[in-house]
Design a protein around this ligand. Sequence first.
Ligand code: SAM
Length: 286
Amino acid sequence: MSGYEGPRVAGQVKQVTSLANPLIKDIKALALKKFRDQQNAFMAEGLKLIIDALDLGWSIRTLVFAKAGYGNPAVEKVAARTVAAGGTVLEVSEKVLVAITRRDNPQMVVGVFSQKFLPLKDIRARDGDVWVALDRVRDPGNLGTVIRTVDAVGAKGVILVGETTDPFSVETVRATMGSIFAVPVTKATPEAFLAWRKSFPGLVAGTHLKGAVDYRSVDFSNGSVLLLMGNEQQGLPDSLAESCDRLLRIPQAGRADSLNLAVATGIMLFEIRRGALKLAPEDVKS
Ligand code: SAM
């Protein structure tokens, strides 16, 4: 290692070229939920994303970088931060990086982080806050896209209700495009969610294909909102639908039965936040 922080971490970088190395085996195992749960860890790819994660206080366990990253000041800085946080830094061959990421053209840097869930009891909604609850979301792409959209719209977080796809799977994390580090995620059984929902101070709005109310006719500008979205195949079960103050419908034309879950969530969130998102032109990202 050379350059800015390089010399400080140079002695602490392990070089690995063998797929049989136990550290590499542990990282590869993170492709499976069983091992993610056992290690309470997950993997995220890309230098910018890892820098954001560190800035947001996520704890990094291992930083893996390709030989090509050697001498890159940004990589060296992240390596130094990893060492300072008590993590391990591995410099690996292209072959190892391809095996870890299961990609032909992997990112140059991969980080292994500790998983983090926000306990349901710690959610206290204040005026203007928007939370999204997803009933048994199955598809990692949908979950990742919802997390990314929640981030983009400035909502507070996502509550996963019932058996869901893993927010820390490689596919979900990829689909969040880094928002996994910015958006708190909570897990709850349907029973725990229904009990907690009773103390939610604002409007609980469910979306339902049989919803009686057009989503554009509701005033979301007062108080907080909890948006409840149904499972991809089955929609909201009666128990959850009955817990909503309103059941809303997005009118559709054409032959499609329904909208994709993530698309429907995006439409709802931007409608809910329409009043609040009065961004000054200089605040709008180009
Ligand atoms: N076959 C399912 C059903 O009968 O509900 C379709 C579920 S849809 C793919 C997934 C979720 O997206 C729904 O449960 C609902 O929350 C939301 N959704 C999709 N299209 C919608 C629409 N037109 N109006 C309201 N919600 C919608």
